[in-house]
Design a binder for this molecule. Structure first.
Ligand code: ATP
Length: 243
């Protein structure tokens, strides 16, 4: 289980998060939606251990989590929106590098690597330098890295921006399988159809606060929207009017 209480983060006196609360059960898929600059990436980066919050508490399986908590970090993996890669490694070497960090035994790697290169359709680039990869192929590599470690908590920041529709469809199926197997998935996106298709719950974050959350069914009732797009626009516009 993942629990977040009162997460606050300020950059140069500018509040990015103003008290984020979230509770995700085993196997839950939660989609974070919100305008540019709302705080989605900041939330995910804190959970990935890349930055520290100013205040607030995070608990993973009941244990207090922070960025230096090595054993809890091992069960969390993260796909960033701006893929950081080592350009002089091949795709295969990149996966080995990550597998070393997560202590995946050598004899378990080939099967995993074969699966991801094949399933996400980038086998052709397996032994090519990552610096030659297109944006979508880089994203596939990072998705493979994050999933091959079989995390208990998977954090995804705009995972589909550069992925073609055919592979995106397979990726969504994979997310559903992982969630059925108990993985908690928290993702940020501007693609409303992705949130609709895979999330059990959706949260709208604006100005560093989650202003509403629930299943799509619940949210449509509250907002009287006919679909996710109308719900999103009603919610954001009503919030802006209320300021
Ligand atoms: P987007 O949808 O555009 O990706 P987001 O919801 O992911 O936006 P964040 O990247 O979390 O938003 O940014 C939240 C706020 O924090 C914004 O006002 C942003 O300008 C600010 N911010 C983010 N990173 C930094 C940083 N390294 N230094 C200063 N301000 C930052």
């Amino acid at each position: 289980m993942l629990e977040i209480h009162g997460l606050v983060k300020t950059y140069n006196n500018h509040p990015a998060l103003r008290g984020i609360d979230l509770k995700l059960e085993k196997g839950e898929v939660y989609g974070l939606l919100g305008p540019n600059g709302a705080g989605k990436t900041t939330t995910l980066k804190i959970l990935a251990g890349l930055i520290s919050p100013d205040s607030g508490d995070i608990f993973v399986n009941g244990e207090r989590y922070h960025r230096d908590h090595g054993s809890l970090k091992q069960i969390i993996s993260y796909v960033p929106d701006q893929p950081f890669v080592y350009p002089k490694l091949t795709g295969e070497e990149h996966l080995h590098f990550f597998a070393d960090l997560y202590k995946i035994p050598r004899d378990k790697r080939k099967e995993k690597f074969d699966f991801f290169f094949d399933y996400l359709e980038f086998e052709l680039y397996r032994f090519e330098l990552v610096e030659t990869y297109s944006a979508g192929t880089r994203q596939k590599l990072l998705i493979s890295q994050a999933l091959m470690v079989e995390p208990e908590i998977l954090l995804l920041d705009e995972p589909l921006t550069s992925i073609d529709p055919l592979v995106a469809r397979k990726f969504k199926q994979l997310l559903k399988q992982k969630s059925a197997g108990g993985t908690i998935i928290l993702f940020a996106t501007h693609i409303l159809s992705l949130a609709q298709e895979v999330s059990r719950r959706i949260g709208i974050i604006i100005d560093g606060k989650i202003i509403t959350e629930g299943s799509l069914e619940e949210l449509l009732k509250i907002s009287q929207g006919k679909d996710i797009e109308e719900f999103y626009f009603n919610t954001v516009i009503n919030y802006e009017k209320s300021l």
